[in-house]
Write a new protein. Sequence first.
Lengths: 180, 259
Amino acid sequence: MPDVINFVRDQRKRLTKLQVRDKLFLRYAAIVCGFSFALFIIVVSSRIYLSLQVKQLIERQDLQRAQIQAQESNERQYLLFAAKLEALSKLFINRRNKQEAINYFSTLFGADVLISSIKYDSISGELEFGLRTRNVFSLNEVIDTLRTPQVRDRFESLSFKDLSRTSSAEYQTNIRLTLK
Amino acid sequence: MTLKHTLDARRYLVLAVAAGVIAVALFLVATIGQVQAVIDLIAEQSQETAKLKSLEGKVVQLQAVTTPTIASQSELVNLLLPSQKPLLELLNTLNTVSTSAQISLDSFELSPGELSSQSAQVAEVPNVSGTGVLSVEFIASGTLGQLNQFMSTLEQTTPLITITELSLRSGLEQKAKIKTLEELLAEPYRAQLTIESAYFTQTVDAALDTQLPTISADQERILSDLAVFTTTITPPQTEIIGGGLQDLFGIQLPELEQK
């Protein structure tokens, strides 16, 4: 018995097979489409949420700015205070170095030695002061004291100049040092 | 007929392709554009959050700086470093301190500058920008102890005064060759002094979004050092006293006027 060739049945079988595959593609495509849509919704929602957040932040900033503006005079006063304090601190460093040096030298020598002059140059930081001693022995003591390591270590740039003797037998000399 | 038949037979595939195209189009056209906007918004949000924190911090700082302690410190700093040439303040301080130390002052020399002229330009303090100096020279007379007291008090009184030059000489015409320490201390001396008083020349701008400057540990120490300063408050000059043509020298006494 010869085989029956049924083209219609074969065609239907082939079509059914293709439709099953197409349905699978459609399912995948639907999943991808759904995923893409969900992603779109998430992104759009995020954008709306973030926009609202930024808006709220800006509103809160405006409130804070209003509070700051209400205290503008206090702010100006404080800024002036801070700027003046900064300038004062720099001025104080210069002054403190000068005062410390003068206090140190005024207590270093005995009663026979008088600090007769002071010259302070705030530009170069040079401090020069004149010493007047009552006799040559006091002058020797002054020189010996100024040559001690304690004094030399503290004031490395210390130097003498203009040694002179007055008509009343007093001796004068000038000491120059540069303050750091 | 054939196309219609084919489309009918492969309708699921056509739908799948359409869904795929829609998915890709949705992703490429809408989602990617939105993602970029979201990324920008995230960056903006973090930026605005930082700005808000900064502003909140500034509000807290402003509440902290309005305390009475800061106000009194600010007042003292203003007295030490006034915003104008402290000529009257300086003269007032010299008067107060010299009276207290019982010394006499003479031979004043100062150059306060003229208004709206080249000489009115401020002499800046070296290394300290935004500050000017008013320099005054004078002679102070008194004993060594009095002069010492005067000079040490002067540098501890408002406005901020720095002695830059001192020249000391005996006030006696004839010197005795040998003196006791007591005689030396009682001897009158004349001190030629040059002093400098600093004042603030900088302009200060306040911006809403900038933070307030903080006070460093060194500045805190200086603020505590300022406690030893004696303040002299000079009332601000708001009117010119005198200047009228009548009774310029105060000759017309009330008794005379009644007659």
